[in-house]
Design a protein around this ligand. Structure first.
Ligand code: 5GP
Length: 343
């Protein structure tokens, strides 16, 4: 784990509200409790601290988290903390994703939500600059805006338009996520197609549950990356192999939510063996009590990878980022600079 922590790493699949520290969530719950704004969840502490969660229980937890994080100041705070936590384990590039939300009670709009996240990124940068001796390479942060499968076509298009307007502020792509048994992904096809036409890369949560028709259609859409891709049919694995769409692999999340039965059954083994483009990620470091270094350590111990293999995995991930070319070259230079120490 020590090697995995020292290794510069790229994180491409991290949901903001799934990456909050437990201590912060508990603090926010207490604050809401005092204000009387969380009365519909009397057992909020147990919900937050529960260890094993099914996929559906995770979405219940997200509903609770979303009640706790309705203030702009909370959004800014959690963003800053999440970035600090990734920086502390040598993540040099973080593509954080989050679903812009509106809330009439708190006066929040999708736009003001994203602005609060951007304020958190700025705050984190300031703190990390002050402590630059602790973070030799710094951390570059970019944002993906997520579309939740509960949304309508119009809401999804609003998110894409917002992403386009915020491009110069570090928004680099669009994600489709949310409860995989909810909604029909075709609802979002107009928004996703529009994003693509406007040059915004798209990543899709795909194959978290058995839904071969949806997987088929998602592969036909040919997104820029795929999240998870756990439950595919034999012919779809073959198709994926030819398409070479980079896959965001999240071991702990897949095991905890039951998308994959055991680590021995994880598709990483096959993807890795066939030199398939992939990147190791956390998904929800708070919800699943993990971090990126631990996910690399899981890869090492479960699939017998050497330190050099882990270094190559981390380095190759720069190929799949959605950010601009000069940043890719900056990250390549970081890996080239440290490579001799990792041979
Ligand atoms: P947020 O977008 O609110 O910052 O992060 C939490 C949201 O991300 C959840 O409500 C859900 O829509 C999405 N999410 C987080 N983890 C997962 C996951 O494992 N699978 C899917 N499909 N969506 C997820």
């Amino acid at each position: 784990v020590r090697y995995c922590k020292r290794l510069p790493k790229i994180e491409l699949h991290a949901h903001l509200n799934g990456s909050i520290r437990d201590s912060t969530l508990l603090e926010l719950a207490q604050e809401h409790d005092q204000r009387g704004t969380i009365s519909s969840y009397p057992n909020v502490r147990e919900i937050i601290l529960k260890e094993d969660r099914s996929l559906q229980e995770c979405f219940k937890l997200f509903d609770v988290i979303h009640v706790l994080t309705t203030d702009h100041s909370f959004i800014t705070r959690i963003t800053k903390e999440v970035i600090e936590d990734f920086a502390a384990e040598n993540v040099v590039y973080l593509e954080l994703r989050t679903t812009p939300k509106s809330n009439v009670l708190t006066g929040m709009t999708k736009r003001s939500y994203v602005e609060a996240v951007l304020a958190g990124i700025t705050k984190a940068n300031l703190v990390l600059c002050e402590n630059h001796q602790l973070h030799a390479h710094g951390i570059q942060v970019r944002l993906l805006l997520s579309i939740d499968r509960r949304e309508t076509t119009d809401q999804a298009i609003e998110t894409v338009k917002l992403a386009l307007e915020m491009k110069s502020h570090g928004v680099v792509g669009i994600d489709l996520s949310g409860n995989p048994v909810t909604g029909n992904w075709k609802t979002f096809l107009p928004a996703l197609t529009y994003a693509r036409q406007c040059g915004l890369p798209v990543t899709l949560h795909c194959g978290e549950v058995h839904n071969p028709d949806e997987v088929e259609e998602m592969l036909a859409f040919h997104p820029d990356r795929l999240g998870h891709a756990c439950v595919l049919q034999e012919s779809q694995w073959e198709r994926l192999h030819n398409l070479r769409i980079p896959v965001e692999v999240c071991f702990t999340s897949n095991l905890r939510t039951g998308c994959v039965k055991s680590i021995c059954d994880h598709h990483f083994a096959w993807l890795y063996k066939t030199h398939y483009p992939l990147v190791i990620c956390t998904d929800d470091r708070g919800v699943f009590s993990t971090n990126l270094s631990s996910e690399y350590a899981i890869a090492a111990t479960s699939f017998d990878l050497s330190e050099h293999d882990l270094f190559e995995l981390a380095k190759n991930a720069t190929r799949f980022i959605f950010a601009e070319e000069p940043l890719k070259r900056h990250l390549d230079r970081i890996f080239a600079g440290v490579e001799p120490n990792y041979r």
